[in-house]
Design a protein around this ligand. Structure first.
Ligand code: MN
Ligand code: MN
Length: 290
């Protein structure tokens, strides 16, 4: 009896070990979505590792992210958006620290942003998770927040969020990745590189990539060379309230150069090559014209 239990235990450990090895060694040709719908397009970091404090992968029911303990913000946040996520719940009552971070990490709290001249800017938008209170409150965790000027937050960034919502409500399915980049920006209280007793890095810009699926039921296969991809890089500045997101369109290729990440890494390379080189609104070129 006891030896059969031992064998079972051994078998379980062997199985777990080989499973972990598969995750750790996984070749680029393997899907790297960690079983999360929010990472369907692939995981941007080259090797998110739960031991790496500056590339700490967190997968939540509502979104996935790579956290950077030195910066006090995410490196990127990734989420699916379709009509099922959008409802009518009231905004969560308050921002809150993310207590699921390891205890040895610096704990960013809402008041770290107080009087800084920067707003608490959601990466995954509050209204993108408004079907129920639990989902909505998850977007108010400080791991989903970056210091954003009010002008950007309520101007071109919001305009693009509204476009995303309209597309989702029209039946599209979106895969969105957003994050901060650079260090230092001028907010309402002047230029700052860090806020909250130096716990939080103020980004110079924020960026976002939106993959718009017309046929979500095909999942990854629904991504073709015709697929609409909206990529932006917006300066974290005052005075841009009246600007449009269209003033800040860029390509995924440019954002890959900027960040060092490979975005949409689970999309076939030949398709990535086309959709990552095209700005939103540009003509779809026939590959033979290259
Ligand atoms: Mn916002
Ligand atoms: Mn890529």
């Amino acid at each position: 009896m006891s030896s059969s239990i031992n064998r079972l235990t051994q078998w379980k450990w062997t199985g777990l070990l080989s499973c972990l090895l598969t995750i750790a060694v996984g070749s680029p040709s393997q899907a790297r979505n960690y079983g999360s719908i929010h990472l369907l397009m692939g995981t941007p970091s080259s090797s998110p590792d739960s031991q790496n404090r500056d590339d700490y992968l967190m997968i939540k029911p509502q979104y996935a992210l790579s956290y950077n303990n030195s910066k006090g913000t995410a490196n990127w946040v990734s989420w699916q958006l379709n009509a099922t996520w959008i409802g009518t719940v009231d905004r969560c009552s308050s921002f809150r620290p993310d207590t699921t971070l390891p205890p040895t990490f610096v704990r960013v709290v809402p008041t770290d942003y107080s009087l800084s001249g920067f707003s608490r800017g959601h990466m995954t938008r509050s209204r993108d998770r408004s079907a129920n209170q639990t989902d909505n409150c998850a977007t108010f965790l400080m791991t989903n927040i970056v210091p954003q000027t009010q002008a950007q937050n309520e101007g071109p960034w919001l305009e693009l969020e509204n476009l995303s919502q309209a597309l989702a409500l029209a039946g599209k399915e979106l895969y969105i990745i957003a994050g901060p980049t650079g260090e230092g920006a001028t907010g309402l209280k002047g230029f700052k590189t860090r806020i909250g007793n130096d716990k939080v890095t103020v980004p110079t810009s924020t960026w976002k990539i939106i993959v718009v699926l017309d046929r979500p039921q095909l999942r990854l296969k629904g991504v073709t060379t015709q697929t609409r991809v909206i990529a932006v890089k917006m300066p974290n500045e005052v005075g841009i309230q009246a600007k449009s997101y269209k003033d800040y369109l860029t390509t995924v290729d440019e954002l890959e150069k900027l960040t060092g990440y490979d975005f949409l890494s689970d999309v076939p390379k030949a398709v990535q090559d086309v959709i990552e080189a095209r700005k939103d609104g540009e003509q779809v070129r026939n590959p033979s014209q290259f």
